[in-house]
Design a protein around this ligand. Structure first.
Ligand code: NAD
Length: 340
């Protein structure tokens, strides 16, 4: 079909799978190939889906039939794949985070601009109907004064994943920092403070945390707290509350359905969604539609470069705070760590 976008998916784990599902569902997208360092998995997926497969992206990039690459590999390989794909003239959709440093993030955006290719980022919460509605209604609240967010994963990701995920700030809270960008733009905070603990001994052995609270203060007065946990016994849990001069808005957690049951034993309701593939099923689909339409309409990114950099710096500042036990003065921190 004319205008069909032929895509290679790199990394066939949890994220790769929801992107494969979206490609199958969306007219105008076609799976060109799959790549995974696990050869048996790449072969199985490639054969089952009737596309090329490989353990390496490089050879596939030479194919003129390939238009775009979805990077869903583990985080430590994102930067190289993004650069290789852009340098080969392909559009890129990458899972978060883009890179390990501001320098890497800037390089990716600069390459995309140089070649006029798309660089879309996998911050799917921006495409969730609840958070989109919240953003639309924010003006009714007046200036936001308090923001409270809870972000609790379920089930705990595998230790193999966590070991190379970066840390809870760059891997998980980065979604919440991006939500601040989505709702309030790239406004820079005054101070960042983080406290947390690793209840899980294996996570502690990675020098990481499984339970964290971050407090952010802005010069216009807005204060923000985000709590996060790698596991929540009752299911996946994401909520946000914005309090302003003229009112308050809340986005509640989602359940499997909205039935409430009242009997002589009391009241109960359906469980919350089990995990992110259920909670963000529609958002993963929508972000891929936006990628396709963005390429057609010349919208080369879904997250501004400045927002992407600021989210990363927030994660760095929160990490610095938890490691030093101090309140981080954000501007000075960024100035003295400009290459982070
Ligand atoms: N946006 C979201 O909601 C969301 C959710 C989960 C994961 N992610 C992101 O997606 C990425 C992948 O996470 P996941 O949960 O799918 O991991 P995963 O462990 O489930 O799967 C990773 C897959 O990549 C393969 N792999 C390992 N090294 C590779 C390499 N160098 N090149 C190609 N393939 C390689 C593995 O064999 C495995 O199949 C991470 O960067 C993570 O941050 C995003």
């Amino acid at each position: 079909m004319k205008n069909t976008l032929r895509i290679c998916v790199v990394g066939l784990g949890r994220a790769g799978n929801f992107h494969l599902t979206s490609i199958e569902r969306i007219d105008g997208l076609e799976l060109h190939s799959v790549v995974d360092t696990d050869a048996a998995l790449a072969q199985r997926e490639g054969e089952a889906r009737g596309c090329k497969w490989s353990t390496e992206l490089t050879e596939l990039l030479a194919d003129d039939d390939l238009n775009a690459v979805i990077v869903a590999s583990p985080t430590d390989a994102h930067f190289q794949y993004i650069c290789d794909a852009l340098n080969a003239g392909k559009h890129v959709f990458t899972e978060k985070p883009v890179g390990h440093t501001v320098e890497e993030i800037n390089t990716c955006f600069e390459l995309a601009a140089k070649y006029g290719k798309a660089l879309h980022l996998g911050f799917q919460r921006r495409f969730d109907r609840n958070f989109m509605a919240l953003k639309r209604r924010l003006p009714e609240l007046g200036d936001a004064r308090i923001v409270k967010a809870s972000s609790r994963d379920n089930p705990r990701p595998s230790y193999d994943y966590l070991k190379i995920s970066g840390n809870i700030f760059h891997d998980m809270l980065i979604h919440d920092f991006d939500m601040l960008m989505f709702l309030f733009g790239a406004k820079k905070p005054e101070t960042v403070f983080a406290a947390g603990h690793a209840y899980d001994e294996t996570i502690a052995s990675f020098n990481d945390f499984d339970t964290v609270m971050v407090s952010i203060k802005y010069s216009d007065g807005m204060v923000c707290s985000i709590d996060t946990s790698r596991i929540a016994a009752y299911g996946y849990d994401q909520r946000i509350e914005v309090f302003g001069k003229k009112g308050m808005a809340t986005v509640e957690n989602e359940r499997n359905n909205s039935v409430n049951l009242y009997t002589e034993n009391g009241a109960s309701h359906e469980p919350f969604n089990y995990s992110f593939p259920q909670r963000y099923k529609d958002a993963y689909y929508e972000e891929m539609i936006q990628f396709k339409d963005g390429i057609r309409n010349g919208i080369l990114t879904n997250v501004a470069q400045a927002e992407s950099v600021l989210s990363h710096q927030l994660a760095d500042a929160a990490l610095e705070s938890i490691q030093t036990g101090t309140v981080v003065q954000f501007k000075e921190f960024v100035k003295s760590n400009s290459r982070l």
